[in-house]
Design a binder for this molecule. Structure first.
Ligand code: 13P
Length: 302
């Protein structure tokens, strides 16, 4: 079906005591895996790509965001589920505008280098542009720490100030707010310590739906509790790439691919296809999260 509004999905989730998942993809089989999982569980879902990766300055091969927008839109059209398409955490306005024109119906700009005044006015502009094109805008106030697996360190973040968040939402007009409540991006070992009192306070003061990033590093119980307190969108990324990598690593460790028909290993889609196995590994993780955050069997209610 046609794309549905991300805030529509979030509001339905909020009113019905569950959260909708944003499961970040990076290529064809990862985005298809997210939809496989949502179809298996009859769940609404937010699909999309990370602007910080597709638009990364470190890229040696240039990517065109339009390819990703058209792909996501076509995939959404071919499922009966309610799906929104998010261009998440982009670092340039240019990428977001191109994204809006190629089919994304939700966008998020990320920068921690701007003053609050600059950040507000930039988001005001994005809201005006996105709304004109039938899309919505998410922003973050506060800053999630990042975990770095190679150095086993966690950067310093900043929890969301509820008054600042409320003022920002009021002035910028954004449709959804990502908050820093102890959650950590990219955390694969141990669990983040979620500040539930802060979530309660933010829910009271902030007038738009709240988003919990860093789904990988939050325990199942804490995810359930955060959702019960009104977090109605949960972002999941790192754990999906890890599942993909592990599946390919296992495959290559167990098969002598030099003596196999390469079309069986990649492309034929049978039981020997390494990328189908990786897609399945992602889908299994997504199903697990869908069950935790309670969006299973909610698709037909929207
Ligand atoms: P993780 O990669 O830590 O799951 O976080 C994903 C995310 O918040 C994307 O916005």
């Amino acid at each position: 079906m046609a794309l549905v509004s991300m805030t529509g999905l979030m509001n339905h989730a909020l009113q019905n005591g569950y959260a909708v998942g944003y499961f970040e993809a990076w290529n064809m089989e990862s985005i298809l895996a997210v939809v496989d999982a949502a179809e298996r569980t009859n769940s609404p879902v937010i699909i999309g790509f990370g602007g910080q990766f597709i638009g990364s300055k470190k890229r040696t091969v240039r990517e065109n965001i339009e390819h990703y927008g058209y792909l996501g839109k076509a995939i959404a059209k071919n499922t009966k589920l309610p799906v929104a398409l998010l261009l998440n955490e982009a670092h340039t306005v240019d990428l977001l505008i191109k994204g809006l024109h190629s089919g994304f119906n939700a966008i998020m700009y990320e920068s921690h280098d701007l003053s609050i005044e600059e950040f507000t006015s930039l988001n005001k502009y994005l809201v005006k542009t996105a709304h004109y094109l039938g899309a919505v805008v998410e922003a973050e106030i506060g800053q999630l720490p990042d975990s770095d697996i190679s150095s086993n360190t966690i950067s310093k973040g900043e929890k969301t100030d509820p008054d600042l968040a409320a003022k920002f939402v009021e002035e910028s007009g954004v449709d959804a707010l990502a908050v820093s409540v102890g959650n950590v991006h990219l955390l694969e070992s141990g669990h983040a310590e979620i500040d539930f009192d802060l979530i309660r306070c933010l829910r009271k003061k902030v007038k738009v739906p709240l988003v919990l990033h860093g789904g990988t590093g939050i325990s199942e119980d804490d995810l359930r509790q955060a959702v019960s307190l009104g977090m109605c969108k949960v972002n999941v990324g790192t754990i999906l790439k890890r599942a993909y990598l592990k599946s390919i690593q296992n495959y290559l460790g167990n098969h002598d691919v030099d003596h196999m028909d390469p079309h069986n290993v990649i492309g034929r889609g049978g039981s020997m296809d390494m990328l189908c196995g990786a897609r399945e590994a992602i889908a299994e993780e997504v199903v697990r999260f869908i069950k935790i955050i309670g969006s299973e069997n909610k698709a037909h209610l929207i």
